[in-house]
Design a protein around this ligand. Structure first.
Ligand code: TYD
Length: 148
């Protein structure tokens, strides 16, 4: 369990450096400056077929920044009580996710690339992959289990 809620997640506007001579834009993420965590790992999700979804898990202690560096997709985040949805469609907008949030990524546009900056190395033990286990982690009674 942790004290984070969906309200602890937020959109972070990344700096955008326009070139004055039409050579395009540049955005940057710096650990402890743009994002409030160290960046120890970067991965990206791409070639997601239309209609597919990713995620559907939570992390016990990982902080992440999710950026649609190309195209768009929707990230739904819940702490087990409140849910928020974010359409990410700009390469200079990052969604900061705190630990203990169940997230689902879907509605990927064609050619979408989802860049993820993470605070720790990959560790399968940090994942919570079933929703009942997530509610247990959040110390929220499972309504379905209660009604059985
Ligand atoms: P996963 O995080 O389950 O992806 P998603 O939730 O988007 O479907 O990861 C998919 C696979 O990739 C899984 O077998 C673990 C592996 N993986 C790594 O080996 N290292 C990593 O840093 C990540 C994020 C995943």
């Amino acid at each position: 369990m942790n004290d984070y809620t969906v309200d602890s997640c937020r959109i972070i506007q990344l700096p955008r450096h326009h070139s004055t001579d039409r050579r395009g834009n540049l955005s940057v993420v710096e650990a402890f400056r743009t994002v409030p965590f160290d960046v120890r790992r970067v991965y990206y999700i791409y070639d997601v077929p239309g209609g597919e979804s990713r995620g559907a898990h939570a992390h016990r202690s990982l902080h992440q920044l999710i950026v649609a560096v190309s195209g768009s997709f929707t990230v739904s985040v819940t702490d087990g009580v409140e849910t928020r949805s974010y359409r990410l469609d700009r390469p200079y907008m990052g969604l900061y996710l705190v630990p203990g949030m169940w997230r689902t990524l879907d509605d990927f546009s064609s050619g979408a690339v989802c860049l993820v900056l993470a605070s720790e190395a990959y560790d399968e033990d940090d994942y919570i992959r079933d929703y009942a286990g997530f509610l247990d982690f959040r110390q929220i009674p499972d309504k379905k289990a209660l009604s059985r």
